[in-house]
Design a binder for this molecule. Structure first.
Ligand SMILES: C[S@@+](CC[C@H](N)C(=O)[O-])C[C@H]1O[C@@H](n2cnc3c(N)ncnc32)[C@H](O)[C@@H]1O
Length: 466
């Protein structure tokens, strides 16, 4: 049978593929089916066809897989925030372990590696300490919202539907954040609706209200509200800040990031402080961390502990080593390891994260960590010592190949590579494999109900390498 775009087929889903899609074969030809689970029997429509595979969407569930569970969230299946609620958590973490192993094998050509069972997240709901809700002048409608006479297709504040950039699902509650975050979200929605200021159109690039970012501190149960707008209007955002500070004693910080840039990222060109503190404080016992709106902090505070314990275990520090931490964010890894090394230097590009990192050292009475602000690609050349151990925790894109080359030139005895993207992990480890072998990989689940997975790889120097 030759598969055709737009045609319908009945398929037995046999597996889960890269990216969390269901996998089926039609006469040997691979089909990826969005939101399908192994053992589903589904009628699908082919929505795209490439040389080696096709993409399809379910149009009818003929017989659901016995593996499926009921997703508790009413937006599940539509919302892009988390797409795996219909899979039992036990299975999610098994698939994630396999996914990491397969990425190393297929994309990195790295075989026979010990990839341990995934360390589960302590909480599988309400685990996110940071949520970003987009504003849009166009609402994505849930099926129940499409009936009746006066269908409201206008303003929405919430999360994106996969594949759509300008329409947003108007979310009443997200189960990935603690419930007070949902109350704040709903108050902000009402305030924006009643305001005289227009909502930013993701197609027109005109309007005022752009994003709402909420940060939650697990240790203090406190909240930071960051309102991202396209221009500055202190009067209007100050009255929103006042409303939130008065209503919620747990809101301890309200800031306004202003950006006229078209890019859909919730980071301001500058920040206006509106009420309370400029930072929020959280803890990964025994350390406390102050985090500003635009500084990176692991989004699952409780699981970050398992992540950092894994890093500490793989680093095998005895107290005498010099450590270089690339992509150091708010300094969490250097501070976490500070008692086990002689000296740690972190490099990070975001200035506010560097000042948070320095402040966090003072807060924790840590005096053997130092931070360099700058792009790793250029800042690595400033390092005038040979580190015994390197910790590397890049963003999703992984390391630039110039950075890989510089790391190999520095030739640390051991490397601990932390990655939130198995594909770039596999690529980068492959680039290093003539110099470093992979001793072990530990997946750590920071993102339940999504197919994202964090992994920590322990690398040792190959014998014969300088
Ligand atoms: C995945 S986070 C890791 C942060 C930290 N290790 C932690 O556990 O909290 C990646 C960090 O790399 C920083 N970053 C991204 N590109 C960079 C670059 N070219 N040079 C230096 N830092 C960069 C980001 O700002 C972010 O703080």
């Amino acid at each position: 049978m030759s598969l055709k775009k737009g045609k319908e087929y009945d398929l037995n889903i046999t597996d889960l593929a890269f990216g969390g899609k269901g996998f089926a074969k039609v006469d040997g030809f691979v089909v990826f089916v969005d939101q399908a689970v192994p053992e589903d029997v589904v009628k699908v429509r082919v929505v795209g066809k490439k040389k080696n595979y096709a993409e399809a969407r379910i149009i009818e569930m003929i017989s659901p897989s016995p593996l499926r569970i009921n997703a508790p969230c009413p937006y599940s299946g539509t919302c892009g925030g988390c797409k795996w609620q219909y899979l039992p958590y036990e299975l999610q973490i098994q698939y994630k372990q396999r996914h990491v192993k397969e990425a190393l094998e297929h994309l990195g050509n790295i075989h026979d590696i010990q990839v341990n069972p995934t360390l589960p997240s302590p909480n599988i709901f309400e685990y996110r300490n940071k949520m970003e809700f987009s504003c849009s002048d166009r609402k994505w409608l849930m099926p129940a919202q499409m009936t009746g006479e006066n269908i409201d297709t206008g303003f929405a504040i919430g999360l994106h539907v996969p594949g759509t950039f300008y329409k947003v699902l108007d979310i009443g509650a997200c189960m990935l954040q603690p419930d007070l975050g949902n109350q704040i979200l709903n108050d902000v929605r009402v305030f924006i609706k009643d305001s005289d200021m227009p909502v930013y159109g993701l197609k027109s690039h005109e309007g005022f209200w752009r994003f709402l970012m909420l940060r939650h501190s697990v240790s203090e149960n406190q909240w930071m509200v960051n309102i991202i707008t396209a221009s500055e209007n202190r009067n209007i955002v100050a009255s929103l800040a006042e409303l939130l500070m008065e209503k919620y004693p747990n809101v301890v910080s309200v800031v306004n990031n202003v950006t006229a840039r078209k890019a859909g990222v919730a980071v301001g060109e500058y920040e206006v402080h509106l009420a309370g503190k400029t930072c929020i404080k959280d803890a990964i016992d025994p350390f406390v961390f102050e985090i500003s709106a635009n500084s990176f902090f692991q989004t699952n505070t409780r699981a970050a502990r398992s992540l950092y314990d894994t890093v500490a275990g793989y680093a095998q520090l005895t107290g005498k080593e010099t450590v270089l931490d690339l992509y150091s964010g708010t300094g969490t890894i250097p501070i976490y390891l500070s008692g086990r090394a002689a000296r740690i230097v972190g490099i990070e590009i975001v200035e506010s994260a560097i000042s948070d990192a320095e402040k966090n050292c003072r807060l924790n009475q840590v005096d053997n960590c130092r931070f360099i602000a700058g792009d790793i690609r250029t800042s690595l050349t400033e390092i005038d010592f040979k580190p015994h151990v390197m910790i590397i925790d890049p963003p999703r894109d992984g390391m630039h190949k110039d950075v890989v080359r510089q790391v190999l030139d520095m030739s640390p005895d051991r490397i601990v590579y932390v990655s939130c993207n198995p594909a770039t992990l596999a690529r980068d480890l492959a680039l290093m494999k003539n110099h470093y072998h992979v001793i072990e990989v530990q997946p750590v689940d920071m993102f339940p109900h999504t197919f994202h997975i964090e992994s920590v790889a322990c690398l040792g120097k190959n014998s014969g390498c300088k």
